[in-house]
Design a protein around this ligand. Structure first.
Ligand code: T46
Length: 134
C-alpha cells in the first residue's frame, strides 16, 4: 500500500434548517468502513498518536472544535489544521501521525477500513523510519 496523506472535501447538503453531510463507502469515502471511533474530552496540552500503521486507511474529521495533525511519510512532514466538519484527512499506509493542540470542544471522528489490531501499529519512531527505508 502506498503511503498517502490528502484532504477530502465533503459535499454539504444545506438549507435554512442547517447542514447535512452523507458519507458513503466507495463514493465520497475511498474505502469500505469497518470501524468508527471518536476522540473527545481531550486536553490542549496533551498530544496523542505518535505512531504509524502498516496497512490501515483512515479518514479523520473534526466534528467540532479543532486539532492539528502532524504527519510524516517518505521524508514529507506536514501539519494539517482540522477545524471543519466538511473536511476529512485521509491517511493511508505507513504514515507517522501525531495529534496536537486539541481545542476543549474537539470531537475527532475517525473512520477506518479495518478492525482494531494492535499488531498493525508501529509505536517506535526509529522502527517506523527503518520500515520506511525497506
Ligand atoms: C490513530 C489516531 C488518529 C481500542 O480498543 N480500539 C480502537 O479502535 C482504538 C483506536 C483504540 N483502542 C484502545 C487502545 C488504547 O488502549 O484505546 C486506547 C487509546 O488508543 P491510542 O492510544 O492508540 O489512541 P490515539 O489517540 O493515540 O490514536 C488513535 C488510534 O489508535 C490511531 O489508529 O490513527 O487515533
Amino acid at each position: 500500500m502506498t503511503a498517502n496523506v490528502s484532504l477530502i472535501r465533503f459535499q454539504v447538503h444545506g438549507d435554512d434548517r442547517g447542514s447535512l453531510i452523507a458519507l458513503e463507502n466507495g463514493h465520497n469515502l475511498p474505502f469500505d468502513v469497518k470501524r468508527v471511533y471518536y476522540i473527545f474530552g481531550t486536553k490542549a496540552d496533551v498530544p496523542r498518536g505518535f505512531h504509524a500503521h502498516r496497512r490501515l486507511k483512515q479518514v479523520l474529521v473534526a466534528m467540532s472544535g479543532s486539532v492539528t495533525v502532524k504527519t510524516e511519510h517518505n521524508g514529507k512532514i506536514e501539519t494539517h489544521l482540522l477545524n471543519r466538519s466538511d473536511e476529512g484527512l485521509l491517511i493511508e499506509g505507513l504514515v507517522w501521525r501525531e495529534m496536537h493542540d486539541f481545542s476543549p470542544d474537539c470531537v475527532l471522528l475517525v473512520l477506518a477500513d479495518e478492525y482494531y489490531n494492535e499488531s498493525d501499529y508501529i509505536r517506535d519512531y526509529e522502527l517506523f523510519k527503518k520500515e520506511e527505508s525497506r
